[in-house]
Design a protein around this ligand. Structure first.
Ligand code: FAD
Ligand code: SIN
Length: 540
């Protein structure tokens, strides 16, 4: 199948790109599973944006948003990228509203938006749709995309690998030619050709045992880009969200997967220890609303020190009905788990949440493989540095979608045909059908996630990272022989991507011999300004 633009992923980044690109040519959007299975659809708190004067909080401005982002990023943000991306925020909100996104309005003055607050923000600037902002955005974008005759959305199409001229052995300039894709319904591997490929596959939370992310976040984009030879950066910075519901009656990973939005703390929710003390005052003057790296580390420290299983997020002092009105999804979901948060403090623990590093791009999503662009969580633009500021990622995904299209039309205009494409060989299937031994896949999957949680999470040591690297090296060998020996399935493909992404995280973490932002190691507990540079992994 040929198209002018091949988009991999149907979150905010992929769909926003598709909707704009469809005005210029044919767009194919591939997505594994269903189109609304994405981190985007699960986003709660909202989207950070400094709106034009009159609509923003008094005293707020883009420079203040820039400074908060730089502060959270612990010296590793690319300041130009921060300025450039954040200055696109107001346009993003306008365009999302045009697509039908209904952000909440202020109750007293319905001509202005209701603005929320989250950790690390010095002003109220988070636009939201109650506590299901992501669902509102994802559904509006999908509906808009489905109406466009130039857009074909193919669900249950799992991108396996990027096809590049370099990989086909062409000695001339390397460029992207398309992707091999598993049709999850037919089980066949198909070739999708395009000279303009947009990787919008989201993050990698599933690399960890406990995560806020949905099942789709298995690091496929970083793994594919890495195999294709793109440069990867800053993968040691996996952000842990401080407040996932701790649910001891659930068994398995679900026990730590439901997010309780940071916006709850923005509205006065307070973190308490088991004795009811506001322990955050010992760690940061911003207390419960300090940036996430600080709060997650403080919780980890408290839990280890006291041996407690969880800490508590207290909203019982808020007026009755407040949670039901402002955070209905959280209130109802917790009630479904048997917890009434208006009566009792919510037990919470940290969990893996967001990939701050990724495929290196400029502020237009351009990677170092000609024709390949990466946008959204899969990309590393320099916006987040060593720790993302809350609610900056939906924003980045949308701004980058707009900018990537501008750059693509400029560099690879549709009027100009690309150099003749070589013959792309058909996919060679492994000999045997998918193994009955699903158990082997699940065992390896579980082992990766567990070892990443035990050895590569909030507090690290070189010893534990080395141990993780050794185990992952064995697992990579095992997964490779499995992958080459059998017909591919989405389970095998995700396992292959998980082990590759986990290895990249560990590799980056071992290279950073200091503590900065989210990366904290007992062996180098201080920040070292000589290491104030991104971690770069190059394959070739
Ligand atoms: P995603 O939305 O994750 O979409 C990726 C898509 O790619 C999915 O459709 C997936 O199925 C598809 N895909 C992946 N691999 C393949 C493959 N191999 N082949 C085909 N398709 C593939 N950020 C904020 O700014 N504000 C918030 O309030 C907020 N709340 C959050 C709450 C939760 C619970 C979570 C998990 C995240 C939250 N985030 C928030 C982060 C934010 O949601 C994500 O960073 C953002 O949505 C990423 O968008 P994306 O388009 O890059 O990726
Ligand atoms: C949240 O609602 O707490 C998540 C916000 C984010 O990850 O940006």
């Amino acid at each position: 199948m040929n198209s002018d633009f091949l988009v991999i992923g149907s979150g905010i980044a992929g769909l926003s790109f598709a909707i704009r690109a469809a005005q210029h040519g044919s767009v194919t959007v591939l997505t594994k599973g269903k189109p609304l299975q994405s981190n985007t659809a699960w986003a709660q708190g909202g989207i950070a944006s400094v709106l034009p004067e009159g609509l923003r909080e008094e005293g707020d401005n883009v420079q203040s948003h820039v400074e908060d982002t730089l502060d959270a990023g612990a010296g590793l943000c690319d300041e130009k990228a921060v300025q450039s991306i954040l200055s696109g925020a107001a346009q993003t909100i306008e365009e999302l509203v045009d697509c039908g996104v209904g952000f909440d309005k202020d109750k007293k003055n319905t001509s202005v938006y209701s603005l929320g607050k989250e950790g690390g923000h010095t002003h109220r600037r988070i636009l939201h749709a109650k506590d299901t902002t992501g669902k509102e955005i994802a559904e509006s974008l999908l509906e808009t995309a489905l109406q466009h005759s130039n857009i074909t959305i193919l669900e249950e199409h799992f991108a396996i690998d990027l096809i590049t001229s370099g990989k086909l052995g062409m000695v001339s300039e390397d460029r992207v030619l398309g992707a091999y894709v598993l049709n999850e319904t037919s089980g066949k591997v198909e070739i999708f050709r395009s000279d303009r490929v947009i990787l919008a596959t989201g993050g990698c939370g599933k690399v960890y045992l406990y995560t806020t992310n949905p099942d789709s976040s298995t690091g496929d984009g970083v793994a594919m880009a890495w195999r294709a030879g793109a440069t990867i950066s800053n993968m040691e910075f996996v952000q842990f969200h401080p407040t996932c519901f701790y649910n001891p009656s659930a068994t398995g990973p679900e026990a730590r997967s439901f997010l309780v939005s940071e916006a709850v703390r923005g509205e006065g929710g307070t973190l308490l220890d088991a004795n009811g003390h506001d322990f955050m005052e010992k760690y940061d003057k911003r207390k419960s609303l300090a940036p996430r790296d600080i709060v997650a580390r403080a919780i980890d420290h408290e839990l280890k020190k006291t041996g407690a299983d969880c800490i508590y997020l207290d909203v019982t002092h808020k007026p009755k009905g407040f949670m039901q009105e402002r955070f209905p999804h959280i209130y109802q979901t917790l009630l479904g788990f048997g917890h009434d948060c208006e009566k009792d403090p919510i037990p919470v623990v940290p969990a893996a949440h967001y990939q701050c590093g990724g495929v290196v791009t400029d502020t237009h999503g351009r990677t170092d493989i000609p024709g390949l662009f990466a946008i959204g969580e899969v990309a590393c633009t320099g916006l987040h540095g060593a720790n993302r500021l809350a609610s900056n990622s939906l924003l980045e995904g949308h701004v980058l979608a707009r900018r990537a299209l501008e750059k693509i039309l400029n560099l690879y205009p549709l009027s100009k045909s690309a150099p003749e494409a070589p013959e792309i060989p058909a996919w060679e299937h492994g000999d045997t059908a998918p193994p009955d031994e699903q158990v082997v896949i699940y065992h390896n999957w579980d082992e990766i996630r567990r070892l990443m949680w035990d050895y590569v999470s909030i507090v690290r040591t070189t010893n534990r990272l080395d141990r993780a690297a050794n185990r992952l090296s064995n697992l990579r060998r095992e997964v490779r022989s499995f992958y080459w020996g059998h017909r591919v399935t989405s389970d095998i493909l995700e396992l292959r991507n998980l082990v590759a992404t986990a290895s990249v995280i560990v590799d980056c973490a071992l290279r950073r011999k200091e503590s900065r932002g989210i990366h904290y190691t007992l062996d180098y507990p201080e920040r070292d300004e000589r290491q104030r540079v991104p971690t770069i992994l190059r394959r070739f």
